[in-house]
Design a protein around this ligand. Structure first.
Ligand code: GLA
Length: 389
């Protein structure tokens, strides 16, 4: 889609005239470090060149009007600055509305409303953070439109806050941070306990990052996600009786093994084990990448998947099929589920020369087992949010 097409549509929908501006904010793929971001652990995501585009114009009153080119049938949805509260009828517009609410709460009041038209090229429900990209897009637009003083990191935090409190999804900081802080050809090694981060170059000459979309999204995703969080919180409370820690991310694998008996319930013990081991794996994976040891990096991705499948139990048969088939393809260095789980996408590192075979074998097997057409995207690591026009 060209920006001009979006601007043309904007005029058709909302009328012409005025100062019309266009922004972009990326989605993300997480290379490793899954379900660690609300456990004080490390994550290693990167921003994508895919994301959400927004065309916007200030209005003269307090009215807010939203239109999505991805969901044209929904038509224009309307809200007002005078009543920033969630409304199921507003569907996706609850995300930008939530960000307005979060800014407002922090004393950053928008004095005029706006018209916003969006279009995104992240497949929705794929686990590539279309909602975080929409939130960060909104945060960036608000900063630029109203001159609010806030850094990208602050935008990420407000967007997470709005998703937690306004949209009822108790997510960690990874997605919004990856979108707001993205850097071309770099992944972000983020310590979620301190928000200290480091950019790690990912210049793959002979390999590609491939995202495979299962196109399934099992229901109860949000409630299962919130359940996992609670299980980890309870496990942490139990471990605190054995050791003075603030988060699961502080533990080494050995320390965990020594004190895990403090968690009486077997399921909770598995959940905590994943959080601890996955964090350590992420630290090791970044070291491996720095040493250009992609083989070790891929191996850790595979271990991450096994742990998410068996201990954290956030995979599903469709995703396991995509990952386990990928593991059997020659030239695949690593493959795992990515994002929150229960469907969505896998991420794989694949030798350039094996990409075609990968695509054929994985999609054929998936079709055979589930009678579904998966989708493959060779992705590029992009930068953070930006004004385009
Ligand atoms: C979702 C959440 C993130 C993170 C991942 C799992 O994407 O939004 O905060 O917890 O799941 O790693």
């Amino acid at each position: 889609m060209k920006i001009q097409e979006m601007e043309k549509k904007f005029r058709e929908i909302f009328g012409s005239g005025g100062d019309i501006r266009t922004w972009f904010a990326p989605g993300r793929v997480n290379l490793i470090g899954e379900h660690t971001d609300y456990n004080g652990g490390h994550v290693f995501p990167c921003a994508l060149t895919l994301g959400t585009f927004g065309v916007v114009r200030k209005s003269m009153d307090h009215n807010l009007r939203f239109f999505s080119m991805n969901f044209e049938k929904k038509g224009i949805m309307e809200a007002t600055l005078d009543e920033l509260k969630p409304d199921p009828a507003l569907s996706w517009a609850n995300y930008p509305l939530g960000v307005l609410w979060a800014f407002d709460e922090k004393g950053m009041h928008a004095d005029y409303g706006f018209d916003l038209l969006i279009w995104g090229n992240i497949p929705s429900g794929s686990g590539l953070s279309s909602s975080a990209s929409l939130e960060v897009l909104t945060g960036t637009i608000l900063r630029d439109l109203y001159g609010f003083e806030i850094e990208n990191e602050g935008i990420a935090l407000l967007c997470q806050h709005s998703e937690n409190e306004f949209n009822g999804m108790n997510c960690g900081i990874m997605d919004q941070f990856a979108s707001a802080m993205g850097k071309k050809d770099h992944a972000i090694f983020l310590d979620t306990a301190t928000l200290k981060y480091e950019y790690a170059p990912v210049f793959l000459k002979d390999q590609k990052i491939i995202v495979t979309n299962s196109k399934v999204k099992h229901s109860l995703v949000n409630s299962a996600y919130n359940d996992r969080r609670k299980e980890c919180e309870t496990a942490l409370k139990e471990l605190k009786k054995a050791m003075n820690i603030k988060t699961l991310g502080e533990l080494t694998n050995e320390e965990f093994e020594n004190i895990k008996g403090a968690i009486p319930d077997g399921i909770r013990r598995k959940r905590a084990k994943h959080a601890v081991y996955e964090n350590q794996r992420t630290i090791r994976a970044v070291q491996a990448l720095k040493q250009n040891d992609l083989k070790a990096f891929g191996q850790l991705m595979n271990e991450s998947h096994i742990s998410l499948r068996d201990d954290y139990e956030v995979s599903c048969p469709e995703i396991d099929c995509l990952v386990e088939t990928a593991w059997r393809v020659k030239g695949v260095l690593g493959s795992r589920i990515t994002g929150g789980g229960f469907g969505g996408c896998t991420v794989s590192i694949v030798e350039n020369k094996a990409v075609k075979e990968f695509e054929r074998i994985v999609l054929e097997e998936y079709k055979k087992r589930f009678d579904k057409d998966g989708e493959i995207y060779v992705v590029d690591i992009g930068g953070g949010p930006e004004r385009l026009a």
